[in-house]
Design a binder for this molecule. Structure first.
Ligand SMILES: [Zn+2]
Length: 360
């Protein structure tokens, strides 16, 4: 990783303390190693390593097959609705420590239900117990993105089943969008078009992982065939200038996850990442952590990358942080209220740190 330059201490304080929103985080990829040990013990499952140090080592990204192995090991320890309440509460606690005020969290209901014999509505109720606790204790708001798994053994039914569950929920259940995850290679968007149309008809937002491990065509197809509003990753848009122009013109937000991309080899290093080029082209870019313990990162660390590797100053960092608010899957009035609250907090923080007011 290229990270040569150190950061101005005021800018670092600004990044650590500023209000944040994150819109691309995976629930199953956010479990703390210590908690995974506890859940394995609670459920009588053999943990992938006997102690926390061993688990940290096991979690460390090696290659994509190992990453999938870690993901499966984590999921195998999640057996009850209370397990989901626990991990959601802890995501809230970890968010609060970084002043993350709002999260949109991806989860994979179909695989969890099918492989663990969970009941979807009980699992969601557990998640919502954790969500309520995170809101009450730390003021952290969360919404859910239910991902169908494109390369599931049951594909494309995995997506159909996911829509069946989430299309009839009430707003209080917190599911705001249908997402599409899993391995892109060999699983183009076409078979999922009907289910994405059903989700939109039910009033849900839509998003797809695309252009992470395959090229620009998957991004185009996700927009044209699935009608998605945002793209998870989308890094490979950099291979097609026409697509970059289209994303900028149509204001299609990208959920970029720099450290994840370096770890998985989507880009060789931070210097090669198109984040800043996308931003300068006018695409609404956001920065996200994807699976923090698996990539050894946090959202704060991702913002530090922006400063350290791509020369962002406080104004640029603030603008990117607010992009996540502007493209959140919330009703317009809630989004506007969150933006006002963020702007007020940014104003106070800048004053305290002796930074001039942000440009209008
Ligand atoms: Zn992801």
């Amino acid at each position: 990783m290229t990270d040569a330059e150190s950061i101005d201490p005021t800018l670092e304080s600004f990044i650590r303390r500023m209000p944040k929103a994150e819109i691309h985080l995976h629930l199953e990829g956010s479990v703390r190693p210590a908690t995974l040990l506890e859940l394995a013990r609670r459920n009588g499952v053999a943990p992938p390593a006997p102690d926390e140090a061993g688990l940290r080592e096991f979690f460390r990204f090696r290659d994509f097959p190992h990453f999938i192995e870690v993901y499966i090991a984590v999921c195998s320890c999640l057996r009850t609705p209370d397990d989901f309440a626990t991990i959601v509460r802890e995501v809230g606690e970890d968010a609060a420590a970084q002043n993350i005020r709002y999260l949109e969290i991806h989860f994979n209901p179909e695989t969890n239900v099918r492989k663990r014999g969970l009941d979807f509505h009980q699992m969601l109720a557990g998640m919502n117990r954790g969500r309520a606790e995170a809101r009450d204790r730390w003021g952290v708001e969360m919404r859910w993105i239910a991902d169908g798994v494109r390369d599931s053994e049951t594909s494309p039914w995995s997506v159909t089943q996911t829509v069946d569950w989430i299309a009839s929920l009430s707003p209080g259940d917190g599911v705001v969008a249908l997402g599409l995850g899993g391995n892109e290679v060999g699983y183009p968007p076409t078979p999922f078009a009907r289910d994405f149309a059903r989700a939109r008809a039910a009033g849900l937002h839509t998003v797809a992982h695309a252009g992470e491990t395959t090229g620009p065509q998957t991004i185009c197809d996700s927009l044209d065939l699935l009608g998605v509003e945002r793209i998870g990753h989308g890094v490979r848009a950099a291979d097609n200038p026409d697509l970059v122009a289209r994303l900028a013109r149509d204001r299609v937000p990208l959920e970029l996850c720099p450290t994840s991309n370096v770890c998985t080899g989507v880009v060789p290093d931070f210097a090669a990442h198109p984040f800043r080029a996308f931003d300068e082209a006018g695409i609404p870019v956001t920065v996200n952590s994807d699976d923090p313990p698996l990539f050894g990162t946090t959202l704060t660390d991702e913002f530090l990358v922006l400063a350290r590797c791509w020369g962002y100053d406080a104004d640029g960092i603030q603008r990117i942080a607010l992009n996540a608010v502007d493209v959140a899957f919330l009703p317009p009035d809630e989004r506007a209220a969150m933006r006002s609250a963020f702007e007020a907090e940014f104003g106070e923080l800048r004053q305290e740190l002796g930074l001039p007011a942000a440009p209008a």
